[in-house]
Design a protein around this ligand. Structure first.
Ligand code: MN
Ligand code: MN
Length: 312
């Protein structure tokens, strides 16, 4: 993407912060209605648009779930390694995260982390069944730490973190797309540019991700294909940060995760000022601070000397 003029560094940092806060806000908002159907949500809330906690996890208002806490664990590990994404240290970081008794944990994540404890091998065996969204939901720190690096390097780093728990081609495609799209937005690309240069090629290569008004999915499952369909449809068809996160979360299903991923992309696209103040106030203050600090530290650790748009 060579036609975009360089974005000032302060703006990149602000957008990185918005992406990380967006992830946490979407997680906190969606968790209240995770596993509900759109009809149940409408019956209980009309439109669910406030961060109030509750849900099947009985969260406190502003509390986040594994989507955010696994991202923070991964980001901490990348920072500890000077910005490098190494499979073994990611596996150790996720294992440590699991030992701290997180509020929730996906089945595939648990199974393959238990396997890592026994085998010491940081990459799970390849499996066509491990196409849940557990690797995609936590990819943001990799996107930030590899900002400005070649696309091949970004993709390899995505796979290193992903394969600890999800060694699957469809999950890989989602993780790599999400990291590259976040970077595109941070570097000032418009939604139209990202559609043309990133979303269209993705759905051309992986027809399963194709989305459209007719395909509008209620109740997206934890399958990364349905997650991506819902996320992309909301991002492309619904304008503005709050509107697109509210739209995706009210579809129910894996709502904390579709909310988190949509919030991450929309935060990077629409920027820090687009995040609703009332949501930021409602978010757990410790999580808010951790997201902001980590976003800035990860971008600072990115080894690229300049922050012009990607040229390769
Ligand atoms: Mn979750
Ligand atoms: Mn979830």
């Amino acid at each position: 993407m060579t036609e975009t003029p360089p974005v000032p560094r302060a703006e990149i940092l602000a957008r990185a912060e918005a992406a990380y806060l967006g992830l946490a806000l979407g997680d906190a908002l969606g968790a209240s209605v995770e596993f509900m159907t759109p009809r149940e949500i409408a019956h209980e809330y009309g439109v669910h648009r406030e961060i109030i906690g509750g849900g099947w996890l009985k969260l406190k208002p502003g509390q986040v779930t594994d989507d955010t806490t696994m991202s923070l664990a991964l980001g901490e590990c990348i920072l500890f390694n000077g910005g490098e994404v190494s499979a073994l240290s990611c596996a150790r970081a996720f294992d440590l995260w699991m030992r701290r008794k997180p509020v929730d944990i996906g089945n595939t994540v648990r199974r393959n982390l238990m396997l890592f404890r026994r085998s010491g091998q940081p990459a799970a065996p390849m499996s066509e069944h491990d196409a849940g969204n557990g690797a995609a939901m936590r990819v943001l720190p990799v996107a930030l730490a590899t900002l400005g690096l070649s696309e091949a390097t970004v993709r390899a780093a995505c796979r290193a973190q992903a394969h600890v728990t999800h060694h699957n081609a469809v999950s890989d495609a989602a993780c790599e797309f999400l990291a590259l799209a976040v970077q595109d937005f941070l570097l000032g690309n418009s939604l139209q540019q990202v559609y043309r240069q990133r979303i269209f090629p993705l759905v051309s290569e992986h027809a399963a991700f194709a989305f459209g008004e007719r395909l509008r999915r209620a109740n997206p499952s934890g399958w990364v294909v349905e997650t991506m369909q819902a996320v992309l449809q909301a991002l492309v068809n619904v304008g503005g940060f709050e509107h697109c996160v509210v739209d995706v979360v009210n579809r129910g299903g894996d709502a904390d995760t579709t909310g988190a991923i949509t919030g991450m992309l929309a935060g990077a696209l629409y920027g820090r000022d687009a995040l609703p103040q009332r949501w930021i106030k409602a978010l757990d203050p410790a999580v808010r601070a951790a997201c902001c600090d980590q976003a800035r530290a990860l971008v600072a650790a990115a080894p690229a000397p300049t922050f012009a748009s990607r040229t390769a």
